[in-house]
Design a protein around this ligand. Structure first.
Ligand code: GUN
Length: 292
């Protein structure tokens, strides 16, 4: 078993971006600029957005965190997005999800200028991705593809099983794995909460991407010997012995499954850091389209 080290790989990507920023600054140009909009005070969202902003600072990108009250109206949020769309000093921005229940998420994501949509959540970007056109690709599936690419894992013709059909991870993941290219060319099964005989399907998988959000869901008897296991789960499980009062737990029963796998992503230190690195990569892409 080998570990797919997302922490190390994301640091490599961040170092590469930091080098590019240095070159921009030497040429007298401003660095890329990412903004994040956070509505409310959800603990996990605060942590993720904080990481995104810190990573920008670390590599020399400009960053802006816009914090809005939980009670903000949909119209006020849409006004804020309009401002960001028209801010020429800004290359890309994200609206951290989930949003409060009184706000229509679809309406908000549709309001983001596709040229600044570095999360790749706007239908224009999703559609382009599905059609193999250049697009912003959602950071988590993009990070998983990049991890496979950098570890030179050949999945062509292999059976890849994705668990979960979310718009952010499972659905785009299923598209990317099946696309022509390397990594790609996989035969993909997209499974979800209504799937029958899931274990039978995962047992035939050469690659499993689990994006379900159920801690320790994927057991050793559900995977084939030698499979590549990608764990997207990041559930906070209460744990009194931990200073924070919880531990971040993946979808995969790691200790047991790792013995059967050829490659596996740990949690933490697998997919999570890759997501942030690819968001930065997308921000650089947004910048370079307009300025390079
Ligand atoms: N919430 C969970 N994952 C994500 C993500 O990748 N981007 C945004 N904006 N919100 C999220």
């Amino acid at each position: 078993m080998k570990i797919l080290d997302g922490k190390q790989t994301s640091n490599d990507i961040k170092d590469e971006l930091a080098e590019k920023v240095l070159q921009l600054k030497q040429a007298g140009k401003r660095p890329p600029h990412l903004a994040a909009v956070l509505v409310g005070n959800d603990g996990a969202s605060l942590t993720y957005v904080g990481s995104k902003v810190r990573s920008c600072e670390k590599i020399g990108f400009d960053s802006t965190l816009i914090r809005l009250e939980e009670t903000i109206s949909e119209d006020e949020l849409l006004d804020q997005i309009d401002k960001l769309n028209n801010d020429e000093t800004l290359d890309g921005f994200i609206v951290q999800l989930p949003l409060p229940k009184h706000i229509d998420e679809e309406k908000v994501l549709m309001a983001v200028d596709p040229e600044k949509d570095v999360d790749g959540f706007h239908p224009a970007n999703f559609g382009k991705m599905a059609l193999d056109m250049e697009a912003f690709i959602p950071a988590t599936p993009f990070g998983i593809m990049e991890l496979l690419r950098r570890y030179k894992l050949d999945i062509s013709g292999k059976h890849a099983v994705v668990i979960g059909r979310s718009h952010i991870v499972g659905r785009p993941m299923s598209i990317l794995l099946s696309q022509k290219g390397n990594p790609g060319n996989a035969t993909v099964t997209l499974t979800h909460s209504r799937t029958q005989n899931l274990a039978k399907i995962t047992r035939s998988a050469d690659v499993v991407v689990s994006a379900l959000g159920v801690p320790n869901f994927l057991k050793a008897d559900m995977v084939k010997d030698g499979a590549i296991i990608i764990d997207v789960g990041i559930t906070r499980v209460p744990d009194e012995n931990h200073p924070k009062g919880y531990v971040i737990t993946g979808d995969v029963d790691y200790e047991a499954v790792k013995e059967k796998s050829s490659y596996i992503t740990p949690v933490p230190g697998g997919v999570g850091p890759m997501t942030i690195a690819m968001l930065l990569q997308n921000t650089y892409l947004a910048y370079s389209r307009k300025h390079l």
